[in-house]
Design a protein around this ligand. Sequence first.
Ligand SMILES: [Zn+2]
Length: 243
Amino acid sequence: MMLRVLLLGVLAWVLGSCAPTGGGGTVSWNRDEWGHRPGPKGFTTVILDAGHGGKDSGAVSRHTGAREKDLALDTVRRVKAKLDGQVKVVLMRSDDTFVDLDERVRRASQRDGAILVSVHYNSGASAMRGPELYWWRVDSWGLATRLQRNLERVVPGESGNRGQVRRRLRLTRNPEVPCVLVECGYLSHPGEARLCQDATYRDRLAAAIASAILDQQRAGDPAGSLPRPITAPPSRPTDPPGS
Ligand SMILES: [Zn+2]
């Protein structure tokens, strides 16, 4: 019985992965469960995801009182303003509402020809500071690299930029489209918390994010060898930390 179920599952997967687009089919070349492919060029839609929202404030700075959910939404709006007219932009949330992580994944995966950029602000030990960039899928490496390079121009390594990290998170592994998560800075660091309060600074972060997205859209992945594919199951809230 198990073997039969398994064989049927494999057959369905083969048929599904070979099905052409159009004709009412539900499978599209623009979606991929694993993302083991080069990063996209010429994508048509950018989904901007402001982290947290509603009942979930995210990090709250003890230095400035700023809430992560508000700063993330403000930053996402700034990125949208810079992209409007050049690529279609969809906001995962455009106001202070709560959207579950798995629901964000589901909405992103519905969009053909899309990429997902999730924007957050960080919290940790008081000495930690700097932007950090998370990615997982092979097809998200190029965008992550471009974002990282641009953010380094705003916050160089010597000022605490923490670089790009390959980490399996629900928003870096589970969407069926290329996806990255940007942590713009630590609200727990006194100096950086004050910087993040400054609209001009957030606008510089937004400009760095927007231009990386447009570079990826125009040219695809930057030069360099693609990372090795890693086959790992979708991230779940019950996974042990760091798995
Ligand atoms: Zn967050």
